[in-house]
Design a protein. Structure first.
Length: 445
């Protein structure tokens, strides 16, 4: 088409040139006219008109073809790539010279793509970009007021072509009060695209106070140190590791009397628990010994009796304790009251004493073993011991009715000369196990 346009143009120029010469001048230059040039004028004019029309049409068509080439192409990451994206309408005569199969559309980048049309090369800029926000699925939450969970626990099934999704709350979650609400969670990919997931929250309020356990009335001797938090534990349904305070105004551990002490614990939601106890400070007896000193001495004796506690049952340990006291302490009658601490030290150090001495030494050793026990007090004193889930009478002190020790006896198997008030004691065992006790090997069958 370009060649046709040139030929027509040459004809037009030739006509114009010839119009400026006479026939004689043309013959002078060797141009022989068999027909007067005026005879060609209509044909020449027609050819010129046709040539101009065709030439203009060709130029318009060529420009239209080049105009269909997209010089800037934006392709979403991961989308398929083929030649059609470089043309607003297909141009069959155009060739894409760049090998499109070597372009990775999964990663944002910019490429120069060369296109050839009618022998001319043009460039198209291919911009592969990620404009798609990441996606995720909300995980419904049930939380306490003001306690937002880790934001990463609020969504699942995160996806983005970049492979990276950052999760964050959109500001501070509005969960200060009980009720149902939606909390916006922002998902951001590696290229800054963001999406919002609305996570349903059920917000609860804590109205339950902490629970204080282990609070018991304390009886102590004047002048002794007092450990008010011993055995005290505090738990709460929502507050982890709640603390406990002590209100002890007026407590004087050096002056005998009765005092009130209150344990107080407040959780993070303002719920408060208060547990009062009574601290009784007794007058210091003449033979009193600080309990920890007694237990330290008792642990030395216990190690002599029980070489390895893990080898024995509670019954076997208790049996060895009562045998030791019966064998190693000589009964000596003594008038007057004796505090259990002084009695135990006398039994451990002097190996002599009355029934109070036997009781006190066994009490200390049972306490060290972790075996629950208590005092049976009357005209005679002995131990009530909890073994195998039941309370049994155990007496290490030799009497006229028994020179050795009594162990795991029920109420009916005691000496009737020594009555006691059973109403102030826990229910006792009624079974007779004496026939099952092996006092030689110190076990029960």
């Amino acid at each position: 088409m370009h060649l046709l346009y040139l030929i027509i143009a040459r004809i037009v120029i030739f006509y114009i040139v010839m119009k400026g010469y006479s026939e004689q001048e043309l013959e002078m230059y060797g141009v022989e006219l068999r027909k007067p040039i005026s005879g060609f004028i209509p044909a020449i004019v027609l050819c010129a008109v046709i040539g101009l029309a065709l030439g203009g049409g060709v130029c318009t068509w060529v420009n239209t073809m080049f105009g269909r080439i997209n010089h800037e192409v934006h392709l979403e990451t991961g989308a398929p790539l083929n030649r059609t994206v470089f043309f607003s309408d297909e141009v069959d005569q155009a060739k894409v010279l760049t090998d499109l199969t070597k372009i990775d559309t999964n990663t944002p980048a910019t490429y120069q793509v060369t296109i050839s049309l009618f022998g001319k090369k043009v460039t198209s800029v291919l911009d592969i970009e990620d404009t798609t926000p990441p996606t995720g699925v909300a995980i419904p939450q049930t939380v306490m007021a003001g306690r937002a969970p880790d934001v990463n626990d609020t969504v699942k099934d995160l996806y983005d072509l970049s492979g990276t999704v950052y999760v964050d709350y959109s500001g501070t979650p509005n969960i200060a009060h009980a009720g149902d609400t939606f909390v916006p969670v922002v998902l951001t990919d590696a290229y800054g695209n963001t999406g919002i997931v609305s996570v349903p929250f059920t917000v609860l309020e804590d109205t339950t106070a902490p629970v204080i356990s282990g609070a018991e009335d304390i009886t102590m001797v004047a002048g002794d140190p007092i450990v008010l938090l011993k055995n005290i534990t505090v738990t709460d349904d929502y507050t982890a590791n709640p603390t406990v305070d002590i209100e002890s105004e007026g407590l004087d551990t050096n002056t005998p009397g009765t005092y009130q002490v209150t344990y107080v614990s407040t959780d993070e939601y303002g719920n408060t628990a208060r547990v009062p106890i009574t601290v009784t400070v007794e007058t210091r007896p003449d033979d009193y010994v600080y309990p920890e000193t007694v237990y330290e001495r008792g642990r030395q004796v216990f190690a002599e009796i029980i070489d390895d506690p893990s080898r024995y049952t509670d019954i076997e340990i208790a049996m060895r304790i009562f045998k030791w006291a019966n064998t190693n302490i000589k009964y000596v009658s003594k008038n007057g009251d004796t505090h259990w601490t002084g009695a135990a030290m006398q039994g451990f150090d002097q190996h002599r004493g009355d029934c109070c001495i036997f009781y006190a030494c066994c009490k200390v050793l049972l306490d060290i073993a972790g075996i629950e026990n208590m005092k049976v007090d009357g005209e005679h004193i002995w131990n009530l011991v909890k073994l195998d889930g039941q309370w049994w009478h155990c007496d290490a002190c030799p009497l006229r009715s028994h020179k050795t020790y009594w162990f795991m006896r029920n109420d009916n198997q005691l000496d009737s000369r020594f009555p006691f008030d059973g109403s102030i004691l826990p229910p006792r065992a009624t079974e007779n196990v004496q026939g099952r006790l092996d006092f030689t090997n110190l076990t029960i069958n």
